[in-house]
Design a protein around this ligand. Structure first.
Ligand SMILES: *[C@@H]1O[C@H](CO)[C@@H](O)[C@H](O)[C@H]1NC(C)=O
Ligand SMILES: *[C@@H]1O[C@H](CO)[C@@H](O)[C@H](O)[C@H]1NC(C)=O
Length: 395
């Protein structure tokens, strides 16, 4: 289970998952391996996924695009890893280009990769600064501590970054010198943060999206996110500089964003299970890097009760495997409603029981993770800032 969110400015205490709060500006990550029921299955799934995804599609396809000229956009196809556990796409860094798998994460703002300075990163493709003639040293130290005790650190450098055909010059990024062993089974070589630069772990670093905008590489300062569903052939797409009309139904609804904490925070008017209201207004962070929908303890209790789901004590719930017994989860946002249909309320079947698509954490806002995002297309506009949301074609 991934749960990636920078903890700066918020008290992120993932007590229920036996995860220590990370210091300010550090990223938290934990996984369901704390849950003994989950462990064997997760391991098998990793092996299956490794066999299945031997290559990563890199498809800068410029048809199917919303309102913008193709030249102003860059599209990155993502792999839906391990039944919607995590999504990653390929970017190119350096000259000549070196290719890397990255998790595009709206819940954080650092861009970092495994590098040849790292002797423990060997399960990943490592960026080699010596093989790039556009590399320049920054030299500042960079460090991330993960909530599960894993760590990564290194130095900052700059190089030419290509995201879906958009070429960013002098992008600052972290070259990992050290990665702890828990990274070994993760398919990604690094993360690419799509949050606001307020929460970069080294102050003043511009994110790739900041640079796309300031270097005039995209005319529209937006990116559209489609996360697929494994049950519908998986995949997904991050489209920078535009949005893809073919990936959603109906029209987009505009929702204001509060970025004062560096996150894509929005306010929901209410939450219903079917037609039964379980919560009034609440705030949530839109986070592509978190697998599930994560509610506050209180809200999660109410949602779980409405579904007859039982608490596993590790931040997850066991829910009925029979989706025809469930009702959709309905978010009122702006003047519209957005659904998580019943198929996504069961995240994974383990033996005879099922893990719910929602969980909880000891934080005071919700995390609108992939359970929601694989059912709803989101266009992010960091300039305004706002998001526009519509039902995904996969719903
Ligand atoms: C699932 O639930 C529906 C509705 O309650 C019921 O008709 C059906 O028999 C159940 N299926 C299984 C496999 O239990
Ligand atoms: C919702 O509807 C009200 C009343 O029609 C309108 O004033 C408001 O601007 C709408 N809000 C959004 C976010 O569309």
């Amino acid at each position: 289970m991934r749960f990636t969110l920078v903890s700066s400015c918020v008290a992120l205490l993932a007590v229920a998952l036996s995860v220590d709060a990370a210091p300010d500006g550090k990223k938290l990550s934990f996984n369901l391996e704390n849950n003994n029921n989950y462990k064997p299955d997760a391991k098998r799934a990793v092996l299956r996924a490794n066999a299945k995804y031997s290559t990563t599609p890199f498809a800068p396809v410029h048809n199917n695009i919303g309102t913008l000229s193709a030249l102003d956009t860059g599209s990155v196809s993502v792999v839906d890893h391990e039944n919607d556990l995590e999504y990653y796409g390929t970017v190119k860094l350096g000259t000549p280009a070196q290719k890397f798998k990255v998790n595009f994460d709206t819940g954080s703002s650092d861009f970092w990769l495994a590098s040849t300075l790292c002797s423990t990163c060997k399960s990943h493709t490592r960026y080699n600064p010596k093989k790039s003639n556009t590399y320049s040293k920054d030299g500042r130290k960079w460090s991330i501590s993960y909530g599960d005790g894993s760590t990564a650190n290194g130095i900052l450098g700059k190089d030419t970054l290509n995201i879906g055909g958009i070429t960013i010059k002098k992008q600052t990024f972290g070259l990992a010198k050290m990665e702890s062993s828990s990274f070994a089974t993760d398919p990604v070589d690094g993360l690419l943060g799509l949050g606001f630069n307020k929460i970069t772990t080294v102050k003043g670093v511009k994110t790739p999206v900041d640079n796309m905008i300031s270097q005039g590489l995209i005319t529209s300062p937006i990116f559209g996110v489609h996360l697929g569903k494994a049950s519908k052939n998986g995949g997904g797409e991050f489209l920078f500089g535009g949005y893809n009309k073919k990936k959603f139904k109906g029209s987009l609804t505009t929702i204001p964003v509060d970025n004062s904490k560096g996150f894509w925070s929005i306010t929901m008017k209410s939450l219903k299970v079917g037609s039964t209201k379980v919560s009034g207004s609440f705030d949530g962070i839109i986070d592509t890097g978190t697998t599930l929908l994560i509610f506050t303890n209180n809200m999660a209790k109410k949602v779980a009760k409405a579904y007859g789901a039982s608490d596993n004590g590790d931040g997850t719930f066991t829910i009925s495997c029979n989706t025809s017994k469930l009702k959709p989860l309905v978010f009122a946002i702006g003047n519209k409603t957005f659904k998580v249909p019943t198929d996504s309320l069961v995240f994974q079947k383990i033996g005879s029981h099922c893990i719910a698509g929602f969980g909880y954490s000891n934080i005071d806002f919700a995390i609108i993770g992939d359970t929601f995002l694989k059912n709803n297309y989101v266009v992010f506009n960091p300039k305004v800032p706002n998001v526009r949301i519509a039902a995904s074609i996969d719903q």
